[in-house]
Write a protein that binds this ligand. Structure first.
Ligand SMILES: Nc1ncnc2c1ncn2[C@@H]1O[C@H](COP(=O)(O)OP(=O)(O)OP(=O)(O)O)[C@@H](O)[C@H]1O
Ligand SMILES: [Mg+2]
Length: 189
């Protein structure tokens, strides 16, 4: 059984919504689940990333890429432990987010792949595919978004490339929350 599942997609595409629904689905079936997300903002490395997102500090995109990779490796160790305890792990974002976002900031995605290599690949990557214009309309106040639509478009285009390279399972994220959840379950069955 494939037990390490990741959700990827642009800002406000619906990753968290679908990750939670899928976690409930597995819990209702009697499985143990670790539902997690990245970065881990309350840990030391995540705190630096957060300060940069809030524009309190200004780090180079390459530095940020390395911080995400470091934060992720700590996260991966938690994931590995959960997998060894027979849990299903569902992660809202993973290393592909680093490639997409820092890639959009001009960092070479192949170099990011290299610095992320110790964080093992998941079994399944669901890519919630939503156009930047649609996702913009779904935004929540509290989240730390990059406002610029051109930046979101760049991220979208990189996700489109990554989806081929890493065999993402592309899910039509323009549908309703319920329809998307059903599509995901259909794929898993
Ligand atoms: N299919 C959908 N149709 C309409 N609205 C949606 C859909 N999926 C999620 N939403 C809404 O869009 C908003 C963003 O969803 P969510 O937080 O799940 O996205 P996310 O991908 O985790 O975003 P972020 O990149 O900010 O972490 C929420 O208010 C959510 O209720
Ligand atoms: Mg989210």
């Amino acid at each position: 059984m494939k037990r390490f599942i990741v959700f990827e997609g642009i800002d406000a595409s619906g990753k968290e919504t679908q990750a939670k629904l899928l976690a409930s689905f597995f819990i209702n079936k009697g499985h143990k689940v670790l539902l997690t997300h990245e970065p881990i903002y309350d840990k030391p490395i995540g705190k630096i990333i957060r300060s940069n997102l809030e524009k309190k500090i200004s780090l180079a995109p390459e530095t940020i890429a390395m911080l995400y990779a470091a934060d992720r490796y700590e996260h991966y160790l938690q994931i590995k432990k959960a997998l060894s305890e027979e849990k299903i792990v569902i992660s809202d974002r993973y290393k592909y987010s680093n490639m997409a976002y820092q890639g959009a900031n001009g960092v070479n995605p192949e170099w990011i792949e290299e610095i992320e290599k110790y964080s093992k690949d998941p079994d399944l990557i669901f890519y919630i595919r939503v156009k930047p214009e649609s996702a913009m309309k779904r935004r929540k106040e509290k989240d730390l978004y990059e406002e610029n639509i051109d930046f979101q478009r760049k991220v979208f285009h990189i996700y489109e490339e990554l989806s081929k390279k890493y065999n993402f399972i592309t899910i039509d994220g323009e549908k309703s929350i319920d329809e998307i959840h059903k599509d995901i379950i259909k794929y898993l069955e």
